[in-house]
Design a protein around this ligand. Sequence first.
Ligand code: FES
Length: 149
Amino acid sequence: MASVDLNLVDEILRTRPPEPRHLLALLQEIQARFRYLPKEAMLAVAGYLDVPLARVFSVAGFYKALSLTPKGERLVTVCQGTACHLRGASGLVGALEKRLGIGLGQTSADGRYGLESVNCLGACALAPVATVDGTVHGHLSPSKALELV
Ligand code: FES
């Protein structure tokens, strides 16, 4: 794994005052910049906010949007809620897993794609649904899903 640019981490930290209430916001910004929370960045956050490292890890582990391992450059999220499940979401997952060579919750070896699932995207009328980098794609078939990656 490449080394972390601590100057960039420092730049992010200085966007907010060193108060513990900014912990989540800072972690979100670091996640957005690095696509994960590098250990060095978590140490820097703990030091900057003067909070225990265990608390930083606790927050990082609680939110699904935060990750301790790098996420793919492009994030594919397949809805597995009831409506999507009934309309073939598992077929989408199977096709995407096979194409990308990864399972749900994993990132491709080249770092280009991450594959995740969600329980409902709030677009049930379009089931089955998936998003790519937050853009919703509905009425998918396995072959249409493969066109997204
Ligand atoms: S169940 Fe898939 S969008 Fe609601």
